[in-house]
Design a binder for this molecule. Structure first.
Ligand SMILES: Nc1ncnc2c1ncn2[C@@H]1O[C@H](COP(=O)(O)OP(=O)(O)O)[C@@H](O)[C@H]1O
Ligand SMILES: [Mg+2]
Length: 517
């Protein structure tokens, strides 16, 4: 089935079939009376589709996730399930799996913007990207780096034809390569990778030539070692992280070579001297205020003024083009630019930010993102970027009809890694805002205390406790307001404590449910 057919089924089927149901197990108390009463989530009764699974390792989180996903796909409702698989154990028959690693030729683009005039655009994307970068990093950027990066990205977008203040420019316009070159596949090979690409093509006996008119490399066989280079897109396309790194590199080069170098260095030196002199002047002011003898400091301040004026004179006489200041005003110091470049290049090297689309099977109901090869910071950036993209796509498709009708189900295992203590965090935003666009968020972790307040408060689908480590017992009782006797009766693989909320119900309670089998 094609992607189009998949979407059509979503649109047509929903109206006339029975509501989607997901059975987690059977009410334990009812079973002892000989009754089989399912504990289930139901599309037309639930508050939303968000679910939480908590349990220690081996308690059945993966097992339960599989069981939930299988019921969604069996119903054939055109729901797309996205599995963020950090352990590589979320295997399912119906899944199309894509591995993300350093050496894959496709990826995701965190600089892709939504063209929606209200929710999308360059400024929001740049802001979200910077926050994401800092949230994922052990050494977040300071204010100066942030403002430098922001300006750099605005300029990069503008150079690609996307302007901050003009929503009519926010749409991508992809064009195909000139048709007269039918058999040629044009490749996007960065300038500094061209020798490696040529060697690889020669070793494999594949044609790789430069087309002077199209100003682009082409091959007749896009395979083997050349697969790491994506097909070139012509027209107006969103910049990638590699573009950002190349852009910063070029800026840096133009500042440190040619006319820029001497005056830039002298200006930086002058700035340092001014800062030092000002510190002394402040010290003098403070001393005067408490009536101290200030003559000594005064002399120091006086004598410091000479070098400051000299350094400024040096800078002024070294000016070559008159525009040296512009770049530094916009991008801060050379050190700042260098450290930004370093950050961007490290990210590019991770290999997950390529512009070619990941080769998921468009007709498969489950997309499994295998993230086992990535570091934890990379996993964060990946998941946040992809979830943002799914949210933006769903929003563009509009509001769903049913209160808990599903369009995309997102499963995040080890979810505690992906919360950040901020209300802009995408998991919290999904929990709060995404239900009406048909998105359900299913998070699994070792303890309910690992989830954010926003997620806990908005998790109206199901809360499933599968057997916690003793260290989380008391905090869970408090946080989930569950009767400790119920929690103590949980047996991994056999009995779970489950809370499902139905609309109109004000205080949903946990129940024990048989989940074995
Ligand atoms: N409800 C269940 N019924 C039967 N077997 C289960 C159930 N839950 C878990 N298991 C089994 O227990 C083992 C550990 O479960 P798993 O889902 O991998 O745990 P977790 O993901 O929490 O570490 C697996 O072999 C799984 O098949
Ligand atoms: Mg697991």
């Amino acid at each position: 089935m094609s992607e189009a057919a998949f979407a059509t089924r979503r649109a047509t089927v929903v109206a006339d079939v029975s509501p989607l149901r997901i059975v987690f197990g059977f009410d334990d108390a009812a079973l002892t009376r000989g009754e089989q009463r399912p504990v289930a989530w139901s599309e037309n009764e639930a508050v939303n589709g968000h679910m939480l699974l908590a349990g220690k390792s081996g308690s059945g989180k993966t097992f339960t996730l599989r069981r939930i996903v299988r019921q969604i796909t069996r119903a054939q409702r055109g729901v797309r399930v996205h599995l963020m698989d950090v352990h590589g154990d979320l295997d399912l028959d119906e899944a199309s799996e894509v591995v993300f690693s350093e050496s894959t030729s496709y990826g995701i683009n965190p600089l892709k913007i939504s063209a929606d005039p209200h929710y999308g655009g360059v400024r929001k994307r740049v802001q979200a990207f910077i926050e994401m970068l800092n949230d994922a990093s052990k050494s977040p950027m300071g204010d100066r780096q942030v403002s430098s990066l922001r300006n750099m990205l605005y300029d990069l977008y503008a150079s690609h034809g996307f302007r901050v203040e003009d929503p009519s420019t926010w749409q991508e316009q992809r064009e195909q390569a000139p048709p007269e070159f039918g058999f040629r596949v044009y490749l996007d090979i960065p300038f500094d990778a061209k020798d490696a690409a040529k060697d690889a093509a020669r070793a494999a006996g594949i044609t790789l030539q430069f087309d002077k008119d199209a100003r682009c490399w082409w091959t007749d066989r896009h395979e083997g070692a050349l697969e790491r280079y994506p097909v070139k897109t012509f027209g107006k396309v969103y910049p990638t992280l590699a573009d950002a790194a190349a852009y910063v590199r070029t800026r840096l080069r133009s500042l440190t070579t040619g006319g820029g170098t001497k005056s830039t260095r002298l200006l930086e030196e002058h700035n340092r001297k001014v800062v030092a002199w000002q510190a002394k002047a402040r010290k003098m002011g403070a001393a005067a205020a408490i009536g101290e003898d200030i003559e000594g400091i005064q002399a120091e301040v006086q004598s410091g003024l000479g070098p400051v004026i000299e350094s400024f004179t040096d800078y002024v006489t070294s000016i070559a083009s008159g525009r040296e200041l512009d770049a530094l005003v916009r991008y801060d110091t050379l050190d700042t630019i260098r450290s930004l470049l370093n950050r961007l290049e490290t990210m590019v090297a991770s290999g997950i930010y390529r512009s070619a689309q990941p080769p998921f099977d468009a007709a498969a109901p489950v997309w499994r993102y295998n993230l086992t090869a990535l570091s934890s910071a990379e996993q964060k950036m990946f998941v946040w970027t992809r979830l943002t993209e799914i949210f933006e796509n769903a929003r563009e498709q509009g509001i769903v009809k049913g209160a808990a009708q599903l369009r995309d189900v997102i499963v995040v295992d080890e979810a505690h890694n992906f919360f950040a203590d901020k209300d802009t965090n995408i998991l919290d935003r999904l929990a709060k805002e995404a239900r009406k666009f048909g998105i359900a968020l299913i998070c699994a972790s070792q303890s309910p205390t690992h989830f954010s307040e926003d997620f806990l408060a908005n998790c109206g689908g199901a809360k499933i406790l599968l057997g916690l480590d003793a260290m989380y017992f008391d905090s869970t009782v408090r946080k989930m307001r569950i009767d400790p006797k119920l929690l103590a009766a949980v047996v991994p693989g056999k009995v779970a404590a489950i809370q499902t909320a139905t609309r109109g119900e004000s205080d949903p309670q946990f129940r024990l449910a048989r989940v074995s089998g």
